[in-house]
Design a protein. Structure first.
Length: 160
């Protein structure tokens, strides 16, 4: 008999802002390189301005305002007290279930962009070598700390 499906919660809306900022920074670097290429083409071969930089800027804007929100919507998580469920992906959907009893180490981290958006990343390290790190980004710091504390309490209750 199959277990009852767990309803997944979406990530915090602030994480969408984090993803957009990270994407914009990457596209900004590409746009700068495209502008240099544009200047070189215009100077050497008299190409019209924007031949390279225009499409890069267009794809960057499409990515930031259309693709990034789709990526953000595809994430979900649930904490049942006994397991942490983390799901992501569109073409390849990955649903990872981490039993609390398998957790060996827990991290809650925030970079400067995440801090500004009010979100954190929860990282669970489990036994094993392959896929031994499960990362849940984009949840509130309070929620990440409450999950961490619940897992820590559960681990300390379990006898060796």
């Amino acid at each position: 008999m199959a277990p009852d499906p767990v309803s997944l919660q979406p990530l915090e809306r602030g994480y969408l802002r984090v993803l957009r900022i990270r994407s914009a920074l990457g596209w900004l670097v590409l746009a700068a390189m495209a502008a240099v290429a544009d200047a070189g083409l215009q100077w050497r071969m008299e190409f019209p301005p924007g031949v390279v930089a225009g499409p890069v800027l267009m794809f960057g804007l499409i990515s930031i305002f259309y693709l990034v929100p789709g990526r953000w919507r595809r994430w979900g998580y649930a904490f049942t007290g006994r397991e942490l469920h983390v799901a992501s992906g569109w073409l390849v959907r990955v649903h990872t279930i981490v039993p609390v009893s398998r957790v060996q180490h827990i991290d809650v981290s925030q970079g400067p962009i995440e801090r500004g958006a009010g979100v954190a990343t929860l990282s669970l390290h489990t036994a094993g070598t392959e896929n031994s790190l499960v990362v849940l980004p984009g949840i509130s710091r309070e929620r990440a700390e409450s999950i961490r504390d619940a897992i820590r309490a559960r681990i300390s209750d379990t006898p060796w």
